[in-house]
Design a protein around this ligand. Structure first.
Ligand code: AMP
Ligand code: MG
Length: 411
């Protein structure tokens, strides 16, 4: 029997970082509407000031701040009201000494004014306005260019566009951006027993393809494009043929099933013949998911995932995401943030490998608790119940109830 040489998880992470570097593809132009989650290919420079004029942040009265000095409940400052500022319009006139003008939130400050007194702090008597509190220069005003200066770099290249970045782009009048093209990830399932998920009636011994839809969803969640390549039987020639076709148009090929060393497992041999330099990991010291294969063909990545859906998704989350990060040149940060919690019970594990425990997160008065979910790696519903994963490191033979752990959230 052939045996593979398992590598520790940390070593596999390092190997991935060494093997892969960002792919350079022509930027793609997308409208802001569709830019959510995309990565900016080029820095964006603001062509205008935001806001474009001095604006009030409150409903109130525009004044010269120095004319309110010393104003108090017992001795207000007196002003003459000379009209009001209309939203979206330039004020009808400038303010002269002793004058004030009503101004709504967001209205343009009239010339001569340098502050706004909140409506709650004034009393209006006909055209007279009594102000009961002094304001400082610039109080309750956002100045022209205070948010963004014309000519300033608004966003650097490499930023992943969240709603707030989309908002900032809209604020300077940009409606199209150059983004990094999505990585293309081809997905192929293998196994004589695997049939399309929508097959009406299974024959005895057949199973539905769980991995392809689950992996396609993971790929899309991570901002890449999924190319679903179907199912190939356990036949080395057919598998090689299909893999070559798919890899031609993809940046990364994900194969699931047949990654171990059984007699029907051809994945290793096929991946090895896809291109140079080839396989750099076969076997990872972790559970579940040990028989994973990682390879590089030119600049592209090929990953052989174990057939069990839980193992396949775990290997995806731990390693394929990291490859995607390397190939795209930016990181999927949410995955890296961990939630500190305590374990609800004792858990045994194997020394010498990283055991990944599926856990439910429980909110208790003293913080988060991680409640282990047990079950074989063939059981997809164990992941459905899980909020996150906890790594039991190789040097440990288990964890104790109450022990502090870091939970990797499952998105
Ligand atoms: P293998 O990695 O080929 O040894 O497969 C391990 C287990 O995962 C076997 O029980 C397979 O039937 C199962 N399996 C393989 N591919 C899939 C798939 N695409 N969806 C669901 N289960 C699968
Ligand atoms: Mg198989």
């Amino acid at each position: 029997m052939r045996l593979f040489e398992v590598q520790p998880v940390a070593q596999v992470f390092r190997a991935i970082d060494q093997q892969f570097s960002p792919l350079v593809h022509q930027p793609e132009i997308v409208s802001l509407e569709w830019a959510q989650g995309r990565v900016l290919a080029e820095a964006v420079t603001a062509q205008e000031d935001v806001p474009g004029f001095d604006r009030s942040t409150v409903d109130g009265y525009a004044v010269r701040a120095k004319e309110t000095i010393g104003a108090s409940e017992s001795l207000p400052a007196f002003f003459t009201r000379v009209g009001e500022v209309r939203m979206g319009e330039v004020p009808s006139r400038a303010l002269h000494p002793g004058e004030t003008m009503y101004i709504p939130t967001g209205g343009m400050l009239p010339q001569g004014a340098d502050a706004v007194v909140m409506i709650e702090q004034v009393e209006e008597v006909d055209d007279l306005v009594n102000i009961y509190r002094p304001v400082a220069v610039h109080e309750n005003v956002i100045f022209r260019g205070e948010d963004v200066h014309q000519g300033e770099m608004l966003l650097p290249a490499g930023v992943r566009l969240r709603p707030q970045e989309i908002g900032a782009l809209a604020a300077v009048g940009i409606d199209q951006v150059a983004v990094v093209p999505r990585l293309r990830v081809a997905i192929l399932s293998t196994g004589d027993e695997v049939v399309p998920a929508a097959t009406p009636q299974l024959r005895p011994g057949q199973i539905r393809d769980v991995n392809a839809p689950a992996l396609a969803a993971a790929v899309q969640r991570d901002g890449a494009e999924a190319i679903v390549g179907g199912i190939v039987a356990d036949d080395a020639t057919a598998l090689l043929q299909r893999c070559s076709e798919l890899l031609h148009d993809a940046d990364l090929l994900l194969l699931s099933g047949g990654s171990s060393v059984g007699t029907r497992d051809h994945t290793e041999q096929v991946i090895a013949s896809l291109g140079e330099p080839g396989i750099f990991v076969h076997g990872i010291a972790l559970h579940p998911g040990k028989p994973a294969i990682l390879a590089r063909c030119g600049q592209k990545a090929v990953v052989g995932l174990p057939g069990h859906p839980v193992s396949a998704l775990l290997i995806y989350d731990l390693f394929v995401r990291r490859i995607l990060d390397r190939l795209s040149g930016h990181s999927s940060l949410p995955w890296q943030a961990q939630i500190p919690a305590r374990l609800t019970r004792n858990v045994a594990s194997h020394a010498g490998q990283s055991d990944y425990l599926r856990v439910r997160l429980l909110a208790r008065s003293d913080g988060w608790w991680a409640d282990p979910i047990f079950g074989k790696s063939g059981l997809i519903t164990t992941l459905v119940k899980a909020d996150g994963l906890v790594e039991i490191p190789p040097e440990r033979e288990g964890l104790r109830e109450g022990e502090g752990v870091a939970v990797y959230p499952l998105q």
